[in-house]
Design a protein around this ligand. Structure first.
Ligand SMILES: [Ca+2]
Length: 244
C-alpha cells in the first residue's frame, strides 16, 4: 500500500515537471529582450547623428501585440517584429509602435525600412504596414516631380490606394522570399518616402499594423548628405538610444 502511494506521488511530480517544461517551450518565440530597457517606454529615444538614424524595429520596449521573432533568417540585429493579428487594410492605428527620435540636424530625411513577407509566395500580399510622423514639419511621398501627401491632412494630391488620418501605406514589391530595403507609397506608382524636421527636437514616428505576416527588421532616416548605400549598409552604426 505504502509503495503504491509513493509511486503515485512520483508520477504526479513527473507530470507537473513535464507540464512546466512544455509551457516554457511554447513561450520561447516571444521572449527576446530589447537591448536596453527604459522605465517609461515613452522616454525611449533614438539619437540622430550627422543626418542619419539607424534603428532595429525590435529595440523598443513596448511592441504592443506584434510578435518579436527570429525564425526567418537574414534579419539584422537580434530579431524582427511581425504582425500576426487581424488585417487593418483601411484602419491605421492598430498595433501601434512608437519610435521617438531626437533630431539635431534639421532638414529633409528619406525614410526606408527593411521588411519581408513571411507567409505564402505572392509578392503583393502581406507586404505592407502603416507609417506616420504626426509632429514632423512635412511628410510626403516623391517620385521625380510628383509629390503625394497622406490622406485627411488637407494636403493634396493623395496616393493611389489606402491612406488615412495622416498615415501612408508603406509597401515593398518583388519576390516574397527575401528581406528588402524598400519603402514605397501609392499603388502601382511607387513614391519614395520623405519627412522634414524644421527645428531640432524630439519627433514621433508611428508604425501600425495593416497586412498580417508583414515583418519589419530595421529602418533608416537619412539626409541628402548620406548615401543610400551607406545608410542601408550592414555595417552602419546603430543610433544611440537614451532613456530621458
Ligand atoms: Ca532587426
Amino acid at each position: 500500500m505504502k509503495t503504491y502511494k509513493k509511486l503515485s506521488i512520483t508520477l504526479l511530480l513527473m507530470s507537473i515537471t513535464f507540464f512546466a517544461c512544455s509551457t516554457d517551450d511554447d513561450e520561447n518565440d516571444n521572449t527576446i529582450e530589447p537591448p536596453i530597457s527604459c522605465e517609461n517606454a515613452t522616454n525611449f529615444i533614438f539619437e540622430e547623428k550627422d543626418g542619419l538614424v539607424v534603428a532595429e524595429f525590435e529595440s523598443i520596449n513596448n511592441i504592443n501585440d506584434w510578435n518579436n521573432e527570429n525564425s526567418v533568417a537574414g534579419f539584422s540585429g537580434t530579431s524582427y517584429l511581425v504582425w500576426k493579428g487581424d488585417q487593418f487594410l483601411n484602419a491605421p492605428g492598430n498595433g501601434l509602435l512608437t519610435y521617438n527620435i531626437n533630431i539635431t540636424t534639421t532638414g529633409t530625411y528619406r525614410f526606408i525600412w527593411r521588411s519581408r513577407i513571411t507567409n505564402g509566395t505572392s509578392g503583393s500580399e502581406h507586404n505592407d504596414s502603416w507609417l506616420r510622423f504626426p509632429d514632423a514639419s512635412a511628410f510626403f511621398g516623391q517620385r521625380n516631380e510628383s509629390i503625394v501627401y497622406p490622406g485627411d491632412t488637407g494636403q493634396t494630391p493623395n496616393p493611389n490606394g489606402s491612406s488615412k488620418d495622416g498615415w501612408f501605406k508603406i509597401y515593398k514589391s518583388g519576390p516574397a522570399d527575401q528581406w528588402k530595403w524598400q519603402a514605397s507609397t501609392s499603388d502601382n506608382d511607387a513614391h519614395d518616402i520623405f519627412v522634414t524636421f524644421d527645428t531640432p527636437g524630439t519627433y514621433m514616428m508611428e508604425v501600425s499594423a495593416r497586412s498580417s505576416f508583414h515583418a519589419l527588421d530595421r529602418f533608416v532616416l537619412f539626409t541628402e548628405n548620406v548615401s543610400l548605400s551607406d545608410a542601408t549598409s550592414e555595417t552602419a552604426e546603430l543610433s544611440e538610444i537614451n532613456c530621458n
